[in-house]
Design a protein around this ligand. Structure first.
Ligand code: BGC
Length: 442
């Protein structure tokens, strides 16, 4: 069976990872600007100050997308460009940038899929506690309304949050990402407040005329290290709640899974009456980001978390050391359908991709993408309603704590000259899209 006719092929990026121009046109500091300035946080002291200079070179980048023939582009809007202090009136120059980008995309027949929050929280809000502070959820909805007020006449698809679990786990629990806090399980209110912000934003966006609203979650299937060990199975189930189910069950069913599996946690201290009804407001699609499964074992004595991560050694890995397991992707898509048969909206795969050194002859990336797209294809054949697939990423870019060392792009970026060079995978994806159009039916 071919892919359905209206299946959308796309590429994805995020503001802080590509834009640069960190101090231009009134943009305020985000938590990532501040984090990057702290010695030792990001590899080799790299920052997003210049990144891919997309803020100035966006016409070239849109042309690269047009050359690929993509149907859709997922990018993110930098909250601190729109509200430098995270509140109040919009900075018009910030909105102008996205306005021009949207028009250029539409002229090329590329459907915009903006994400409102891809981790660059205005530092002014972090100074008030960031996502630990419930008030930030309300600020987020106001910001969403400002952006949609400007763009929803042309933008149909909206993604509220990118991967709230990563913000909670890496940003607030473990301190690997901005804002670098190490609260461990005390970080859990940040998950709730992001989800609350999502729910409030869904309503705010619809009020401004947004027609298709969803959120993007990061999914990693949890494998018990030893299937015969009850302790390992319990740890894997806890990881599954922490990583996957918390963000799915709440949004799709308006309830949390049993959070007591995570340990000594008092949800009543941060969840208020009515919150879950807000969080469970119907969405039009679910964004799924998939990179790899995670092997989980029982925690050691005194471990503050209810699970430990164990290596997966029997599969080849990407440049990040992440195991390459396309079958786990198929398994994930099946699991979503089986777990939420009546509640699962259409899915967009909003990110999938890999790093492998910096050669433009990237056979391994082609193989990775082909095998993961095949997994999506099989899921579609089995009846999972997947409507699109976005490669992470269009360009090599600022890979968070890894700085510029990890290159995920279909297009190589020379950071000294900002020269863009399409890799072999770019040509492959272009041909794949063209072929799949040639085959489409119905
Ligand atoms: C994030 C991207 C990131 C990618 C590769 C995802 O978790 O949304 O921003 O670059 O993974 O690590």
């Amino acid at each position: 069976m071919p892919f359905p006719a209206r299946f959308r092929w796309g590429v994805a990026t995020a503001a802080y990872q590509i834009e640069g121009a960190a101090a231009e046109d009134g943009r305020g500091d985000s938590v990532w600007d501040v984090f990057c300035r702290e010695p030792g946080r990001v590899r080799d002291g790299h920052t997003g100050d210049v990144a891919c200079d997309h803020y100035h070179r966006w016409p070239e980048d849109v042309a690269l997308m047009a050359g690929l023939g993509v149907d859709a582009y997922r990018f993110s809007i930098a909250w601190p460009r729109v509200q430098p202090d995270g509140r109040g009136a919009a900075e018009p120059r910030g909105l102008d940038f996205y306005d021009r980008l949207v028009d250029a995309l539409l002229e090329r027949g590329i459907t915009p899929f903006p994400t409102l929050f891809h981790w660059d929280l205005p530092q002014a809000l972090e100074d008030r506690g960031g996502w630990m502070n419930r008030e930030v959820a309300h600020r987020f909805a106001e910001y969403a309304a400002l952006v949609a007020g400007r763009l929803a006449d042309r933008v149909e698809h909206w993604i509220t949050l990118n991967e709230p679990v990563v913000v909670t786990a890496f940003g607030y629990a473990l301190g690997i990402h901005a804002p670098g806090r190490t609260l461990l399980l005390d970080a859990m209110p940040t998950a709730h407040h992001q989800l609350l912000g999502h729910g409030l934003a869904v309503t705010a966006l619809r009020e401004q005329g947004a027609r298709q609203v969803g959120l993007t979650n990061h999914y990693s299937p949890a494998w018990a290290a030893d299937e015969t060990s009850e302790a390992d199975r319990r740890a894997a189930a806890a990881f599954d709640v922490f990583m996957n189910r918390l963000y799915t069950e709440s949004v799709l069913r308006g309830r949390y899974p049993d959070l007591s599996v995570l340990g000594d946690l008092d949800p009543a201290s941060f969840v208020r009456d009515g919150d879950l009804a807000v969080i469970g407001a119907p969405v039009d699609f679910l964004g799924v980001n998939y990179y790899n499964p995670t092997r989980v074992k029982a925690p050691g004595p005194g471990d503050p978390l209810p699970f430990e991560i164990a290596p997966i050694e029997e599969y080849p890995t990407t440049g990040m050391g992440w195991p390459i397991v396309p079958d786990a992707f198929l398994g994930l898509l099946r699991t979503l359908r089986e777990t939420y048969p009546d509640a699962l909206p259409p899915i967009y795969v909003t990110e999938n991709g890999c790093t492998f050194g910096d050669s433009i002859h990237d056979e391994e990336r082609i193989d990775f993408l082909a095998r993961h797209i095949d997994a999506v294809h099989r899921a579609v054949d089995e009846g999972v309603d997947v409507r699109g697939y976005f490669v992470w990423s269009l360009l090599d870019n600022f890979e968070w704590a890894e700085g510029y060392h990890a290159r995920f792009g279909l297009v190589h970026v020379d950071y000294d000259t900002q020269r863009r060079t399409p890799k072999d995978s770019y040509a492959w994806y272009r041909d794949h899209i063209a072929r799949s159009r040639g085959q489409v039916t119905g």
